[in-house]
Every structure is written in structure tokens, then in C-alpha cells.
Design a protein around this ligand. Structure first.
Ligand SMILES: Nc1ncnc2c1ncn2[C@@H]1O[C@H](COP(=O)(O)OP(=O)(O)OP(=O)(O)O)[C@@H](O)[C@H]1O
Length: 293
């Protein structure tokens, strides 16, 4: 069974004086249980709107969203999801322990489990030292880590994280990526939005690119990074010359090599050139804005 099934989702916001903002158009997406899925898109692409529908906070205008086969709005779906909002904010007068106690009770956990799991997630997010301090004194990165801690508390099967690396320093980002990898090892599903391609490259199995509220690409990270060869770099030297290199497209490789060998070019190495995720992302969203001109 899939962890997430999104079918033909549409959402239009109605602003003041009847102004309409189309946030999602016909979005269809399936995420398998056990996958780490990166939801990429530029600002305003519709990522948070999709996540709000998946977490039952807003209703779509049309289409369907399911979590483990049940409607996203159902209590059963909510119980299986750990959610990190884009800008988490908490009751500032509470300590992290008090806040986690509240979250645990909302999820119907008993006292013992709440205490044990709070200690586990606070230690995972390196917040033990701050556990008894009011949240008002937390830095931005600490608030973000507490946001992730509360999403982990009830040990759900699916984690829906809206920009989990936002506001974190390189140490915090590495920590969050490590946690995502560990969740995958435990068979959990992680769906997270971001505009940072490097984060997707490091931890995701698959990615989707959303732009202008439409799905623009759906790819396996492995095949994108390792299978698609954009060209070849030929290293070598001509008679009496220093080392040189040439970049050719896959279709030019054969004829270029023949020409070089006829001219007594000594080929030392032929290196495939692959696209990186940043290029792919920029190309995809550039294609989108060109198509909309
Ligand atoms: N409550 C709202 N009322 C009106 N328009 C909205 C509302 N929420 C979002 N929008 C609009 O819907 C579109 C999609 O917004 P959304 O927040 O889903 O994008 P996003 O991809 O999460 O962007 P970002 O990366 O900047 O967080 C944008 O044009 C946004 O202005």
C-alpha cells in the first residue's frame, strides 16, 4: 500500500474582493511506503498547500488525498502522520518537556510512554540541555529542532515535513538528514518539501518538482544522478602539446574521437559528464516559466 496517494488535486484560494489564486492544478502523486520523497519547487509553487491538504488542515477544491489508503482528513490518517509545519511556533511560556507532554496526550499516549519518548526525541535532536527551559528563550534553530522532535514523538509511520532544514546551521542540517536516513532504515516514509536540491540529492529516493501549482517532473534520484549522461570529457594531448580536454555531447563522441585519433591525439581518459540536481531543477522550472510566457 502507498503511504500517500494524491489524485488530481486542485486548490484555488479566494482572497479579498473575490481575487482568485490558483495554487494547485490537477496534481497526481503517489509515494510508496518506505520511500524518502523530496518535494521540490520554487517559492509559491504550491508545496505548503499540498502539505496542508495532506495533513487535513485545508480541503481541496477538487481531487482526493489519501494516507495509507484512508482519507487524509480522517483521524486514522492523522494518527499515522508526524507533521512539521513550515514555521513551527509553540506556546512560548512552556518548556520543551511540557510541550511534548501536551503533544503526547493529544496522540493518546500514556504518561510513561510520553516521558520515555520525550527523552528519546529530545536527545535525538540534541535538545536535552534545553528541555526544562521556556521555549521563548530558544534560538530559531532550536525551535525548528523542537518542531521535528514533536513530529517524531508518537513514532508515526509517515513524516510530512515542510522545509525541515529551514533555519538550521550546517550541523543542524546534517543532524536532520541523519534522522531522515535512520527513519528510512526503520521502514518509515518521509515526504519533505524544500527548495534545496543538495538535501534531496543526499537523502531522497525520488523527487517531484512542482512549479506554478503543477507537477513538472517526477524522477528517481539515482537514475537522475547516475544514469543520465549529458556528455563526455575527453582528456589527452596532441603531439608536442600540453594536456588538453574537450567536452562533447554523447552524439558527437564517436566522430570526435575518430577525428582526434587521426590527428594523433593521445587519449588518456574519457569521463562521462552527468547533470546535477540543481541544473535539473533550474532547467525544469525554467521550462515551466518559458511555457507560461
Ligand atoms: N491562504 C492563502 N490565501 C491566498 N493565497 C494563498 C494562501 N496560501 C497560499 N496562497 C498562494 O498559493 C500559492 C501557493 O502557495 P504555497 O504556500 O502553497 O507555496 P509554496 O510552494 O509552499 O511556497 P514557499 O516555498 O514560498 O513556502 C501562492 O501563490 C500563494 O501566494
Amino acid at each position: 500500500m502507498n503511504a500517500i496517494d494524491i489524485e488530481r488535486l486542485c486548490k484555488t484560494y479566494r482572497g479579498k474582493r473575490g481575487a482568485r489564486v490558483v495554487a494547485l492544478t490537477d496534481l497526481t502523486l503517489h509515494v510508496a511506503a518506505g520511500e524518502v520523497f523530496g518535494f521540490l519547487g520554487p517559492n509559491g509553487a504550491g508545496k505548503s498547500t499540498t502539505i496542508k491538504i495532506l495533513t487535513g488542515q485545508i480541503r481541496p477544491g477538487a481531487g482526493d488525498a489519501k494516507i495509507f489508503g484512508v482519507p487524509a482528513v480522517s483521524p486514522e490518517a492523522r494518527g499515522r502522520v508526524g507533521y512539521l509545519p513550515e514555521n513551527p511556533s509553540f506556546f512560548h511560556f512552556m518548556t520543551a518537556l511540557e510541550y511534548l507532554d501536551l503533544v503526547g496526550r493529544v496522540y493518546g499516549m500514556n504518561k510513561q510512554d510520553i516521558r520515555r519518548e520525550s527523552e528519546r526525541v529530545l536527545s535525538l535532536l540534541e535538545l536535552e540541555q534545553a528541555a526544562r527551559r521556556p521555549i521563548r528563550g530558544y534560538s530559531k534553530g532550536m525551535v525548528q529542532r523542537l518542531g521535528l522532535a514533536q513530529a517524531l514523538l508518537h513514532d508515526p509511520d509517515l513524516y510530512i515535513l515542510d522545509e525541515p532544514m529551514s533555519g538550521l546551521d550546517p550541523v543542524g542540517r546534517a543532524l536532520v538528514k541523519k534522522i531522515i536516513r535512520e527513519l528510512k532504515k526503520k521502514g518509515k516514509t518521509v515526504f519533505f518539501s524544500t527548495h534545496i536540491t543538495a538535501d534531496v540529492e543526499e537523502v531522497c529516493d525520488r523527487l517531484a518538482v512542482l512549479a506554478g501549482g503543477r507537477l513538472r517532473a517526477l524522477e528517481s534520484v539515482d537514475s537522475l544522478l547516475h544514469e543520465r549522461i549529458e556528455g563526455y570529457r575527453i582528456h589527452g594531448s596532441s603531439p608536442g602539446d600540453e594536456h588538453s580536454q574537450r567536452l562533447v555531447s554523447p552524439s558527437e563522441l564517436k566522430t570526435t574521437l575518430e577525428t582526434l585519433l587521426q590527428a594523433d591525439f593521445q587519449v588518456e581518459r574519457i569521463e562521462p559528464v552527468r547533470q546535477n540536481l540543481e541544473d535539473f531543477f533550474l532547467e525544469t522550472i525554467r521550462g515551466d516559466s518559458d511555457a507560461n510566457k
